[in-house]
Write a protein of this length. Structure first.
Length: 368
């Protein structure tokens, strides 16, 4: 279910997916009469993978079982995927690790299909949680339940969001096998390998087709102003409030989603990403002369909340916000590739024009 504001996400045929998924599900639950209904796609969700929503009904020894479920599908090559690889096993392993080691509410993963024989791509099934998510399209800074919330309610949400990062960062990794989280790129520290991975990603996105001055300048600035590196922790990767589902009548998380960018890195990678992504939306609001939420989720508040929760003060958070800005710019470039593929956009001579926050990123470097 998409509208005019949303870019096309996939070329998969819905009815074909429904038929094949039903047959697969019947085998998994050993019930040839199992059914799938209320099949659809969420609006306002991310673009790196396909998300399908459905209700399932099947017979068990205890009686008829009914459950609302979610399928996450790896993208097809024809869909111009946002990332060069989509590691389902990493996502599932990370979600189960967080579920077992923290109080962070992560949806239970129920089945994993590694092969592409069923739907043409690998996928996994997880439980569906009911709640509300701050919107990306259009961004929550323009209207909706979060903008309408009181200052106290907004602060409750800020604190609960940062607490997710805090809890994940406190997982003791010393006795765990974290090899699946390692970036296979050059660098003598986890942050340098994380950074190298992003440079490889940029090279993959642009190929020999174009260069982005703002991205390459940000890369140079970051390398010239390398930060003090804190302890390596489990990094959520896409740590933003748009990946958190909150209660329908409160501001507490009920599900933390999208672990596909997980890895090993200093906690500031997640903190900088969380504060920058709000700054990104707020900047768009101000450019369009909307008030937005100027006091919400800024770096000072994120840093203060994290220190209150853990007793640890984040280091060089400004550097990590600029790093987040560079990473997000690469993603924006790739998303425009997808829009071109689906006939919704085209490239112009001003290649940086597809990066909505380029002026913000230039300003951050100048004032960094």
């Amino acid at each position: 279910m998409t509208d005019g504001l949303e870019p096309q996400r996939t070329s998969l045929d819905s009815e074909q997916v429904r038929t094949r998924l039903t047959s697969w599900f019947q085998e998994k639950v050993s019930d040839a009469g199992a059914t799938i209904s209320d099949f659809g796609r969420p609006s306002g969700s991310g673009m790196s993978s396909e998300t399908l929503l459905f209700s399932a009904s099947w017979a068990t020894e205890q009686g008829q079982q009914e459950q609302e479920l979610v399928a996450r599908l790896a993208p097809t090559s024809q869909d111009i995927p946002v990332f060069p690889a989509y590691d389902l096993k990493l996502q599932v392993a990370t979600m189960r690790l967080v579920e077992n080691k923290t109080q962070v509410p992560v949806p239970k993963t129920l089945w994993v299909e590694d092969s592409a024989e069923v739907l043409g791509v690998p996928f996994f099934i997880m439980e569906r949680i009911n709640g509300r998510v701050p919107a990306d399209i259009p961004p929550y800074v323009f209207g909706g339940w979060l903008l309408d919330a009181t200052d106290e309610e907004q602060h409750d949400l800020e604190r609960s969001a940062v607490n997710i990062i805090a809890e994940v960062s406190q997982i003791d990794l010393s006795l765990l096998d974290t090899s699946f989280l390692e970036f296979q790129t050059p660098g003598e520290t986890h942050l340098k390998r994380h950074f190298s991975n992003q440079l490889d990603y940029y090279s993959w996105v642009v190929g020999d087709q174009r260069r982005h001055p703002v991205i390459e300048s940000a890369s140079e600035w970051l390398q010239s102003n390398w930060p003090t590196e804190s302890e390596t922790v489990l990094s959520w990767g896409d740590a933003r409030i748009g990946n958190i589902m909150f209660g329908l009548d409160n501001f507490q998380p009920v599900a933390v989603l999208d672990w596909e960018m997980a890895g090993l890195a200093p906690v500031e990678v997640d903190l900088g990403w969380m504060s920058f992504l709000h700054n990104f939306f707020q900047n768009i609001a101000e450019v369009l002369e909307f008030k937005g939420m100027p006091k919400f989720m800024n770096s000072e508040k994120v840093s203060k909340i994290y220190e209150e929760l853990t007793g640890e003060k984040p280091q060089d958070l400004r550097w990590f916000e600029i790093y987040a800005g560079m990473r997000h710019a690469i993603i924006m470039s790739r998303i425009n590739d997808r829009s071109v593929r689906f006939g919704e956009a085209e490239w112009t001579e001003d290649v940086d024009s597809v990066i909505p926050h380029r002026d913000l990123l230039w300003s951050m470097m100048a004032n960094g």
